[in-house]
Design a protein around this ligand. Sequence first.
Ligand SMILES: [Zn+2]
Length: 277
Amino acid sequence: MEVSTVCREFVNRANRQDWRSAVLNLNGLNMYEMLRAIKALDAADLMSLRTALAALGAAVNRPRIDYALAVVTTNMVPATAPGDLGATGQVAEARRFRGRPTSILVEPIPKDRLTGLNAGVTSASNATMRTRLGAPRTTYSQVCQPVTNAALARRIVTRNVGPFSATGLDSALTSLAEVFTTLAAEQRLVYRVLGSAGMHCARYVRGSTTSVSNHSWGTAIDLKIDDVLDNRGDDQVLFGLHLISPTFNANGWYWGVGFPTEDAMHFEAGSALLQGW
Ligand SMILES: [Zn+2]
């Protein structure tokens, strides 16, 4: 499933609190996207959206939007549906949503539709990492183990980076905090549901017995959207991860969707960014 252009525009308008335009976009969505787009809003957003909806009057199909709002906010399907919603399968869509009420921000989209990924950013090889920061330890496994390199260990710290606290390389945390400051302003909807699935962890790349993960140096982070982890290797990426990826790239961070095995939850400091660290 792809997220439609109109739905993307809805998210853009909601990010900017341009609620009149957001309601006009919402009005153009099919019931599947309408429910999930509304689910991405918080209580204050919903109040603003309802105000804009009332002001638009007959310019939009208000009964249909009200129906979707009721389904999302009560997680119940109203006993009666307006207009042709029953006949056109939209009531059935609402029942399916109720079974798994997820936000559009966790909608998986195909990786091969994405363009401009990691433009100008390259992943740092193990050799580059060792040259810059030294080897974290001498042996690795699939689980997290302590850093035995004292100089590197001193630089692994825990800090609040905006949406959460993270443990990683000091310079990486500073850069990450800047990324999140930008995202708080430009991707409001995703920012407030961002979570971490871990940053520093000295181990091999999952499934490898030779490649050391950049998590070992504390320069990589795995992110969750609305507490949902992207499935590694299925060549689909959560829409919310796609929305924040340009900001990571612009700040020199590489997105793991470009790895041979797609790893869309993963962002790491790219080669150029590491130069000064
Ligand atoms: Zn990772």
